[in-house]
Design a protein around this ligand. Structure first.
Ligand code: AOF
Ligand code: ZN
Length: 344
């Protein structure tokens, strides 16, 4: 007999397939189980499209449809109660006569916020909530932050040499290996926005796009309070949009949005601009000064470091992991060591 926890894990795995395609919506997976057998599975595949529950019911084979009214529906997030781009999932569940619903987390969206679970219970459905709640909150940490704190979830990311340097001074330095680079592009595809400072744009001239992993490019944000980045840098002259936080200038393409400032804009305001562009997450890729500013201001939720075995001897010193950081995970990819820390 499979446990509720095990079926919920299946929901998480299905939900993850929506990573990079559903934001700022949550990633949601749903599983219908009859007598310890899965008869339907679904997940939210793309923003604006069908919710996980709809896809799950639609996936049930004709001969299994009569069993829906005797099945348990597992869903990693409380089903929606509102008419959004799709009708309320809670009504669909009631219409199918599902007798038992198991969820990981209550949907923090004020339009839902427990209403669906109340409605199900009032209709006599057995409701179990909080199964694998911590893992569910971790899965949808971008969505939870975006909804509850009205700001994007902030991930600081850097690669460092074995002796703790980000690179040589004033020189583009490749630290991580090709597999780690692919992973970074995956992270970019799964994040809504990406930010660098002027120094990085000048020295590294990054594109900040997704070339080594399938997926969408994140919205690029350049902090350039002094307008010092030359207009021939990719972020200012290529055909992709960039949000440039800095003084107004005429020498960059019309695809770039300028958020005008004279001098540095408060990082909270930068995050607010990104939040208003419906970005639920932002990857801060450097340089050292920008990373330090985010750490100093306590504006981070997660830190991902990539450490390469090579030593540089000298160069730009990598930031220190703040005392508040909690170790979350570590794994090797190629010859690099990836470490993940979170705030809680
Ligand atoms: C569900 N199942 O698979 C998802 C839910 O604009 P809409 O209509 O797509 O609604 C988006 C909101 O619905 C989103 O903010 C969140 O509260 C909930 N997401 N709910 O029942 C799903 N993705
Ligand atoms: Zn729904």
């Amino acid at each position: 007999m499979m446990t509720d926890e095990a079926y919920m894990q299946r929901c998480f795995d299905l939900a993850r397939r929506g990573a990079g395609s559903v934001s700022p919506n949550p990633m949601v997976g749903a599983v219908l189980v009859f007598q310890d057998k899965i008869i339907g599975e679904g997940w939210h595949q793309a923003w604006g499209e069908a919710h996980a529950e709809v896809n799950c019911f639609n996936a049930v084979a004709l001969e299994n449809k009569p069993f829906i009214a005797q099945s348990t529906l597992f869903c990693c997030l409380e089903p929606c109660a509102h008419v959004g781009k799709t009708p309320p999932c809670v009504d669909l569940i009631l219409a199918h006569g599902v007798p038992r619903v198991v969820v990981s987390n209550i949907d923090p969206n004020p339009l839902v916020g427990g209403k669906s679970l109340d409605k199900l219970r009032a209709a006599g459905v057995v409701v179990v909530e909080g199964v694998q709640a911590e893992a569910g909150a971790w899965l949808n940490r971008f969505f939870f932050t975006w909804i509850l704190e009205k700001r994007p979830y902030v991930i600081l990311k850097w690669a460092q040499s074995a002796d703790g340097f980000l690179g040589e001074h004033h020189k583009k330095t490749r630290i991580s290996g090709p597999l780690a680079q692919r992973l970074v592009h995956r992270w970019r595809a799964e994040t809504d926005a990406i930010l660098v400072g002027a120094g990085t744009a000048i020295v590294d001239d990054p594109k900040l796009d997704v070339r080594y992993f399938p997926g969408k490019n994140p919205l690029r944000v350049l902090l350039d309070g002094r307008g010092s980045v030359p207009s021939d840098r990719a972020l200012l002259c290529d055909t992709e949009p960039t949000v440039v936080v800095g003084p107004f200038r005429k020498d960059i393409s019309a695809l770039k949005t300028i958020v005008p400032t004279a001098g540095d804009l408060a990082l909270e305001d930068v995050l607010d601009t990104v939040y208003r562009k419906n970005c639920a997450s932002i990857l801060v890729e450097g340089g050292a000064h920008v990373l330090d500013e985010f750490v100093k201001n306590g504006l981070w939720d997660e830190i991902r470091t990539i450490q390469n075995p090579q030593r540089l001897g000298e160069g730009v010193v990598a930031p220190k992991i703040p005392a508040l950081a909690v170790f979350k995970a570590q794994f090797r990819i190629g010859s690099d060591l990836v470490s993940v820390f979170s705030r809680k």
